[in-house]
Design a protein around this ligand. Structure first.
Ligand SMILES: O=P(O)(O)OC[C@H]1O[C@H](OP(=O)(O)O)[C@H](O)[C@@H]1O
Length: 319
């Protein structure tokens, strides 16, 4: 069944990257809804809510996932007939996917303006938004070279260097622990994000906060490329973004042995405090992290009454 397969692809990281996960979830909801043979609106909504729960349960950290699901499901839940719900599902899924792709292009355009001539850029993990910014700056003739980290344990750095190399950008590939050593050679750091909290903290691939700390120490700008659906509304209430811990086999591999009793920890993400973030570039503009609550209220449209609703654990789809 397509839904179970998509859920499995996301949790196993065959489909990964916060934006891609969000678009895939929107597309999967649409496909699943089209395949349903329900006689009543209530049955359709129930099936769709169940599907939404399955998708939202795949990976806990990237808020793009529940934000995308919420956007699509609002059309389903707000309909008064079955036909209206089916139409709204299709319309909203298509709209989300289209706007998500367009947002990456806009972010790249805005961020490229922030990048100085002859820039040496460091990036971490594999973010389509961050890479789009670097490639756009390269098209404008502004990029000298990039330092791309390996990104243990899943090694997404290899995907990044392939994408940058394919675009004709000179790349230095370094292990994660070499970031501080090379920071003096770098003009700025740019990464993506899985979630931006209401106070402007950036949740991104494990190791990001160390790189931001090094950038801060070396007085190098730390820029985050973030579509607005990466902002986490419910953090305004003080809710925390859960950090995903992944299987320990990702870290130790099968060829390594550890003494009995050793605890292996494999957090996939960390939190960079707003004090270490210079600029967040979104499709609606570039701003300081302190502007995050206004994005949530004014752009994502979460007003105070929405926050006060008594949400059940499931079916709220918004962080
Ligand atoms: O949405 P885009 O910019 O592509 O990626 C944003 C972030 O999503 C990724 O998470 P993972 O590799 O799925 O764990 C990385 O942490 C990356 O920085």
């Amino acid at each position: 069944m397509v839904l179970t397969k998509t859920a499995d692809d996301i949790s196993s990281m065959r489909i990964r990257g916060a934006g891609r996960i969000a678009r895939t979830a929107a597309g999967a909801l649409q496909e699943y809804g089209t395949s349903l043979d329900c006689d009543t609106l209530a049955a359709f909504v129930r099936e769709m809510e169940n599907a939404a729960d399955i998708l939202c349960g795949t990976r806990p950290t990237a808020v793009s996932l529940p934000n995308a699901v919420r956007f699509v499901m609002q059309g389903v839940q707000g309909s008064t007939t079955l036909e209206e719900a089916q139409g709204a599902l299709n319309k909203r899924a298509v709209e989300f996917i289209r706007d998500s792709l367009a947002a990456v292009g806009k972010i790249a355009e805005i961020a490229a303006r922030q990048i100085p001539d002859d820039a040496v850029i460091m990036t971490h993990c594999n973010s389509e938004a961050a890479i789009a910014c670097i490639i756009r700056a390269h098209e404008l003739g502004k990029v000298r070279e990039v330092y791309a980290t390996e990104v243990r344990p899943r090694n997404q750095g290899y995907i990044t260097i392939q994408m940058l190399s394919d675009a004709g950008i000179p790349v230095n590939f370094i292990v994660d622990s070499a970031a501080r050593m090379f920071m003096p050679k770098v003009d700025l750091v740019i990464t993506g994000t899985d979630a931006v909290t209401a106070n402007g903290a950036v949740v991104n691939k494990i190791g990001t906060s160390q790189i931001a700390l090094c950038a801060h120490e070396a007085r190098k700008p730390f820029i985050v490329a973030a579509e607005t659906y990466k902002f986490a509304p419910r953090t305004i209430l003080g809710e925390r973004i859960p950090i995903e811990y992944r299987p320990i086999e990702e870290v130790i591999g099968s060829e390594r042995q550890l003494p009995a009793g050793v605890v292996v920890k494999n957090p996939a993400f960390d939190v960079t405090p707003p004090a270490y973030v210079d600029l967040i570039v979104t499709e609606i503009g570039a701003f300081a992290p302190s502007y995050a609550p206004f994005v949530i209220r004014d752009h994502l449209g979460w007003d105070t009454s929405e926050f006060q609703k008594d949400y059940a654990f499931t079916h709220h789809y918004g962080e």
